[in-house]
Ligand binder design. Structure first.
Ligand code: IMP
Ligand code: MG
Length: 417
């Protein structure tokens, strides 16, 4: 059965590690949304792989496909591809010819967009040009990978793009669009990667009866429509976007992945956020630093109310919990089970004013006692009792089985039930 690994929180749940782990049984690993705002650090046999665009199936030599829902920064892609070529023999990466590109002006516009917002309204984007690139896609202005075959096609599009954006760039003292330079850069990029570019129909045909693993980027609460708008990313991160973003219409089972606590990088509501030394301790022990922006991630207790919502909107069939080991030596571990004694189960979390109006004080918590160090990573049964209680409580609450328990960055620090 095909599978999709989807983040259920605000990203950084450990999708990279789990996709690497699971990809052994799959023929193709597919990204369907987002861009190099995503970042995974995957550690295999003491080797560290840093990936932003290329699915982590590449580490096992699996074929990887970046679908049409991805936005691709040519410079970034080429650097990442080259770096992975130094570590992996002949990595196999395909790019959908229908991918929209992120160009320099998108990054300038991302920064301008943020600069005009009052401090409490700033999104805290990764400044990678993601939002403006998706705006252009919806606005029917994107330069697509398929355009790069023709100097004329690029030039024609760039002329109207320049007319549209130069006045804005100029008014913010940003450099205007340089058509000649952009064309030259894109044509040389095309020369370097043309063998990787494929039509969607080719992938569809070649992988018709093969096993496909979909790798989500960011998390459900950053989904453009279902997340804490406007503090979201500019794509649909949830599983329903798989059909569109991959152009592959196949059945799959959704594996929802979440951290044993919650983190968020960037701004926006986060009701279970900890502003005390426990939050700092989790950040330090869990090395909660953004891989893309190097910003310290905000940390808080696990929020089952929003987790339940994320499971629903992604039709999650099984779960994976990561990084419970970070909580090992805390005296007490808490999970938020409702807000203001009322289960917000039926509330639409996309009304971010609801999330916004809640804080730690409104949370009703279940408290667990420390489980100490975990010595035996062999199977669920031999884990400390308090950790087993923690995991079982979450399963009972969500009514979905936790099938994968990840307790460290290495492949062998993973329990399958
Ligand atoms: P953008 O995707 O760069 O436009 O940023 C929008 C919001 O999503 C910001 O809060 C970012 O910090 C957040 N974000 C984007 N990508 C990731 C990710 O891969 N992990 C965690 N947060 C992310
Ligand atoms: Mg990440």
């Amino acid at each position: 059965m095909n599978k999709a690994v989807i983040g259920l929180q605000w990203g950084d749940e450990g999708k990279g590690k789990i996709v690497d782990f699971l990809s052994e049984d799959f023929d193709l690993v597919v990204r369907y949304q987002g861009g190099n705002n995503a970042g995974h650090t995957v550690i295999v046999n003491n080797n560290t792989y840093k990936l932003n665009l290329i699915p982590s199936g590449v580490i096992r030599g699996k074929k990887c496909f970046l679908g049409q829902g991805v936005v691709l920064d040519p410079n970034h892609f080429y650097t990442e591809y080259n770096q992975i070529r130094k570590k992996i023999d002949n990595p196999k990466v395909y790019l959908s010819s229908n991918i929209s590109l992120i160009l320099n002006y998108h990054k300038q516009l991302d920064i301008i967009n943020e600069s005009i917002l009052n401090s409490e309204k700033k999104i805290g984007t990764t400044s990678k040009g993601i939002g403006p690139a998706y705006q252009d896609k919806v606005g029917r202005k994107s330069i697509k990978l398929y355009d790069l075959k023709s100097r004329y096609a690029i030039e024609e599009k760039l002329h109207s793009i320049k007319k549209f954006y130069d006045p804005i760039l100029e008014s913010f003292n940003e450099s205007k669009i340089n058509i000649e330079q952009t064309i030259e850069d894109l044509l040389s990029f095309y020369d370097l990667v043309k063998e990787l570019i494929v039509d969607n129909s080719l992938i569809k045909k070649e992988y018709k009866n093969k096993k496909i693993l979909f790798e989500g980027a960011q998390g459900a609460l950053l989904d453009l429509d279902h997340g804490s708008y406007p503090f979201v990313t500019s794509s649909n991160t949830i599983s329903s976007n798989i059909d569109i973003g991959s152009a592959l219409q196949v059945d799959y089972k959704t594996v929802g992945i979440f951290k044993a606590y919650t983190t968020r990088v960037g701004n926006g509501p986060f009701p279970s956020e900890l502003f005390n030394d426990i939050g700092d301790y989790i950040a330090e022990k869990g090395v909660e630093i953004g891989t893309v922006t190097k910003r310290k991630r905000r940390c808080g207790w696990l929020d089952l109310v929003s987790l339940k919502y994320s499971c629903e909107i992604n039709r999650v069939k099984e779960l994976c919990i990561t990084k419970a080991d970070v909580l090992n030596n805390l005296e007490e571990i808490k999970v938020c089970k409702s807000y203001n004694s009322k289960k917000y189960e039926d509330i639409n979390f996309s009304e971010s004013n609801i999330l916004n109006s809640l804080s730690l004080d409104d949370g009703d918590f279940e408290v667990f006692q420390s489980w100490g160090e975990i010595n035996d990573l062999d199977k669920f049964e031999t884990l400390p009792n308090n950790l087993k209680n923690y995991i079982t409580y979450i399963e009972d609450y969500l009514k979905i089985p936790i099938k994968i328990i990840s307790l460290g960055p290495e492949r062998n620090q993973t329990i399958i039930r």
